[in-house]
Design a protein around this ligand. Structure first.
Ligand SMILES: [Zn+2]
Ligand SMILES: [Zn+2]
Ligand SMILES: [Zn+2]
Length: 152
């Protein structure tokens, strides 16, 4: 693929020089992806003038903020690898295992006291633990005030 294909040039003009400003990212499978952020073409027009045109492409990070915003982190959930901007990344990290997450993978655990951001695995583990604790309490409570322990 010619990465210069997307750079605008006038019909009938002959390109003398083409500059491309690319950002290269890798998806979860390690597949390389080049994103053209800006392209510049210096060309000779049909009338013989030397023209220069710069095209800026509008891309956004996965969080929806423009790709010209600084990059934050890359989501570490399996098969994701989405990139968020710095501001969004600051709030998208698992509070338990510190895994960086995208806005889609950040799981909020809401308790009456606090709201915690967790990854999918940690949220499941925390909920499992909560259920287990609740179940243990339910099973054990009737015996708490029961003086004689049961014979084996
Ligand atoms: Zn953002
Ligand atoms: Zn986690
Ligand atoms: Zn993600």
């Amino acid at each position: 693929m010619d990465r210069f294909d997307d750079i605008h040039s006038e019909p009938g003009a002959t390109a003398i020089r083409r500059d491309a400003n690319l950002r290269t990212t890798f998806d979860a499978a390690g597949q390389r992806k080049d994103i053209l952020l800006e392209g510049k073409v210096i060309s000779m027009s049909a009338e013989g003038s030397i023209d220069c045109a710069t095209t800026t492409f509008t891309h956004s990070h996965h969080c929806g903020h423009l790709a010209t915003e600084p990059i934050g982190h890359i989501c570490a959930e399996e098969g994701c690898a989405r990139i968020s901007c710095k501001v969004c990344s600051a709030n998208a990290r698992c509070a338990r295992c510190f895994k960086p997450l995208c806005l889609e993978h950040v799981q909020q655990l809401v308790t009456p006291k606090v709201t915690t951001n967790l990854c999918e695995g940690c949220k499941a583990a925390v909920i499992r633990k909560q259920r287990w604790t609740a179940l243990l309490r339910f099973v054990c409570e009737p015996f708490i005030d029961f003086d004689s322990p049961q014979a084996p």
